[in-house]
Design a protein around this ligand. Structure first.
Ligand code: FAD
Length: 391
């Protein structure tokens, strides 16, 4: 490990944020023998990591996202054996559908490079979609792109299992501890100042999710993190939604639906909006207007729910992203690693991120994933949107 510091509040590594990313990093570093403290201003998982749709998806529009989810898959498959907690992983796969020529061309191009990359994606016409899933008879789309791998899991179980492992293996999690400053000496970040005192460390990891920009600023860095508000509902349609329904994503109307394993459906979607939100001040409840709209749009797209179906539960959160919806993963300054801005993929990527951060801390070359696309310096010039399948 890098540097061990003395003192009652000293450790090899301090991690800012006990979301899925911070906990996954802590787990990997502790397994590698580091002493680790995770500082969390609220409670573990209280940020975005327990507001997700639980999605684990191989079907992405960028190679880096495919690589990160693929490298994470064995962790999810083995989660129960390793942590003794059932993450309730359901392998629904994903079916993107469209009747728009532009989206059709995009899905076909994507399916070609997916196949080359070993992702099991197939293009299906309308008749093949209906014969494969007869209960999707109302589906009117011309074309679908189906990836049979991936599905969804329960984020609460995952956060619980990881927290438990971090504590049992000697890591410390400090809830109610807000990082308010960074200590630097000799050109190197060497600890943090918090609402409950100072913590010295050889390495500080910024895993502060939607508030990562605030921590970056404390280090004099200007990284364009950008959060988008996203809402989800669990609804109870009149007819139970079969468990073998794939996660359905209508690219044209920007709405999605998946089964929840209890006959109900999780539905969500940006519906054409792309509102930037302030991480310190955003509405955490779903809005009534959106809830009315998204049920109607999902009903028209997939025919599995009624527009007025019962809302069992709803919530809103943030996609804690960047300008191009891809994360920043790098040593941003000596002693300060940034692992943030995961947008709608933080849960699914977390296992790979934990391993890569461990490798960066140990000065090793990260596993066979080219991380150049994730350096913050990419924002120094002009940058277009790199990931186009976020929903
Ligand atoms: C509605 C919705 C659906 C989503 N669906 C999916 C999905 O299906 N699959 C998927 O992979 N991702 C999904 N996401 C995205 C996912 O939630 C995020 O990418 C992921 O949770 C990011 O994890 P994180 O650990 O970086 O952030 P967080 O979970 O937000 O953790 C950061 C933590 O840092 C703490 N913190 C911040 N500042 C400080 C400070 N100064 N001092 C101490 N602590 C601090 C926060 O309190 C927080 O607990 C979804 C998000 C939303 C909102």
């Amino acid at each position: 490990m890098t540097i061990t510091t003395a003192g009652s509040a000293g450790s090899d590594v301090v991690i800012v944020g006990a979301g899925i990313i911070g906990l996954a990093c802590a787990h990997e570093l502790i397994r590698a023998g580091a002493s680790v403290r995770v500082l969390e201003q609220h409670l573990p998982g209280a940020g975005q990591s327990t507001r997700t749709g639980g999605g684990i998806r191989l079907s992405h529009g960028s190679e880096i996202n495919v690589s990160l989810t693929r490298a994470s898959m064995p962790f999810w498959e083995g989660f129960e054996a390793e942590f003794g907690v059932d993450p309730r992983y359901r392998r629904t796969g994903h079916l993107f559908v469209t009747s728009d020529d532009r989206h059709d061309a995009f899905l076909r191009t994507q399916a070609d490079w997916h196949r080359e990359a070993g992702v099991p994606t197939r293009i299906l016409d309308n008749a093949r979609m209906k014969s494969r899933w007869p209960h999707l008879g109302a589906l009117g789309f011309a074309v679908g792109s189906h990836c049979s791998e991936g599905g969804y899991l329960d984020h609460h179980s995952v956060i619980f299992g990881l927290q438990q492992a971090v504590r049992e293996n000697g890591g410390a999690i400090h809830p109610g501890t807000r990082v308010e400053g960074l200590h630097a000496a000799g050109g190197r970040i060497g600890g943090v100042a918090t609402s409950t005192g100072d913590f010295r460390a050889g390495v500080v990891i910024n895993a502060a999710g939607a508030e990562a920009g605030v921590i970056a600023e404390l280090a004099g860095l200007c990284i364009p993190f950008r959060s988008r508000r996203h809402e989800l509902l669990i609804v109870r349609p009149r007819e139970p939604v079969p468990d073998d329904t794939p996660w359905l994503i209508d690219m044209d109307a920007q709405v999605h639906l998946r089964p929840d394993g209890q006959g109900r459906a999780l539905i969500g979607g940006f519906l054409g909006r792309d509102d930037e939100a302030d991480p310190r001040d955003y509405a955490r409840e779903h809005s009534a207007g959106w809830a009315g709209c998204v049920r109607a749009v999902a009903s028209a797209s997939f025919g599995l729910n009624e527009p007025e179906c019962e809302i069992v539960e709803g919530w809103a959160g943030l996609y804690p992203g960047t300008l191009d919806y891809l994360p920043v993963l790098e040593e941003s300054k000596p002693g300060l690693i940034t692992a943030a801005g995961f947008s709608g993929t933080g849960l699914m990527h977390a296992p790979a991120i934990g391993r890569i951060v461990r490798q960066i801390v140990r000065g090793q070359d990260p596993e066979e994933i080219d991380l150049s696309a994730l350096r913050a310096s990419r924002f120094d010039g002009q940058q277009g949107v790199a990931e186009a399948t976020g929903f």
